[in-house]
Unconditional design. Sequence first.
Length: 226
Amino acid sequence: MVHESYEWLAQLRELDTCVISDALDALGLPGAVAELIPLSGNAPIVGRAVTVELVSADTPGAAPSARHLATAAVATSGPEEVIVVAHPGVPCAGWGGLLTKACSLRGIAGTLVDGPVRDVDESRALNYPIHGRSATPITARGRLVEESWGETVRFANVSVSTGDLVRADGSGIVFIPFDRAADVLDRARRFADREAAMAAALDEGDPITSVMGRSYEELTGKGIHS
């Protein structure tokens, strides 16, 4: 499946989160996240997820982390991988500048944090792509511990596993379950073709009232299964 994964990532770079979200909807799959915002970097984030689970240091049974949060995930990741950090909502950072520096040096595609992020100016200086809920100066030290990495996590109410496909851009974030990638990307491509045909019709002078009501077949000249 490695070859397929590279092909899927190539397709994912050509599709935006909106058509992928539409495809997920059409297939009855969750996966779209709208609540996070780009905090640094200018490019879309595309890659395979590498997950990290953070929990409150006050969680019963939570042990102090033997290493700094997320460092194991970063140290074993590289290009075309995205660090996905599940954050429990404690008002402190789930990511910081030295982690960003390490990711930048390793060519990691970007980081998504379901919570606050610190050292944002450092990340912007490196043009490293990060999406999070907010910026904060508050450290995780004494407030968060790492529960696990590489395991399935809940990220903004979406289940995400290491290896799932990820795209994040100005409209939001989408996660594609690895075992449904072919179906989702095929459906998203059809949505993208339809939108491109609609835009072309507008350029040709067709009224928006007419263009928006046309079917995929009318716009593209293809059958829905083409």
